[in-house]
Design a protein around this ligand. Structure first.
Ligand code: SF4
Ligand code: SF4
Length: 124
């Protein structure tokens, strides 16, 4: 490298803003359609199991405790999920979505990659 062009690069670097971002102290807005981890809304879930059957990564397990009373347990293995959104497409009831605000998923403990949800038992 020529001395002149090196000086030019150095002077440019001194006046330019850094290219790196100061994450996590500075956070950019999350894109609206970003695929974060799954969120399950059991209110309209029928327990059909399509989400679990269609998941190519076997990241969803559905346990049907009582189909009539709509009592289900869904286990979601975040560390197996490829964020393909196939389960979201497969669910005809619109119970699943990939939450844009749940994207910071790093963890020290493996147990943190396991989410278990239980539908509330119907009253009456
Ligand atoms: S996003 Fe894809 S890999 Fe993740 S749980 Fe849904 S179907 Fe499975
Ligand atoms: S596909 Fe939808 S309705 Fe069927 S078990 Fe999964 S979340 Fe429930």
């Amino acid at each position: 490298m020529k001395f002149g062009s090196m000086l030019k690069d150095i002077s440019q670097a001194l006046v330019q803003q850094p290219a790196t971002e100061q994450y996590p102290s500075v956070r950019r807005p999350v894109p609206e359609r970003l695929r974060g981890r799954l969120v399950w809304n059991p209110a309209t879930c029928t327990g059909c199991g399509l989400c679990a059957t269609d998941c190519p990564a076997k990241a969803i397990e559905l346990l049907v405790l009582d189909k009539k009373a709509k009592r289900f347990v869904m286990t979601y293995h975040i560390d197996r999920c490829t964020f393909c959104a196939q389960c979201v497409q497969s669910c005809r009831q619109g119970c699943l979505n990939m939450a844009a605000n749940h994207w910071e998923l790093a963890a020290f403990d493996r147990d943190d990659f396991l989410l278990r949800w239980q539908s509330a038992p119907e009253s009456g």
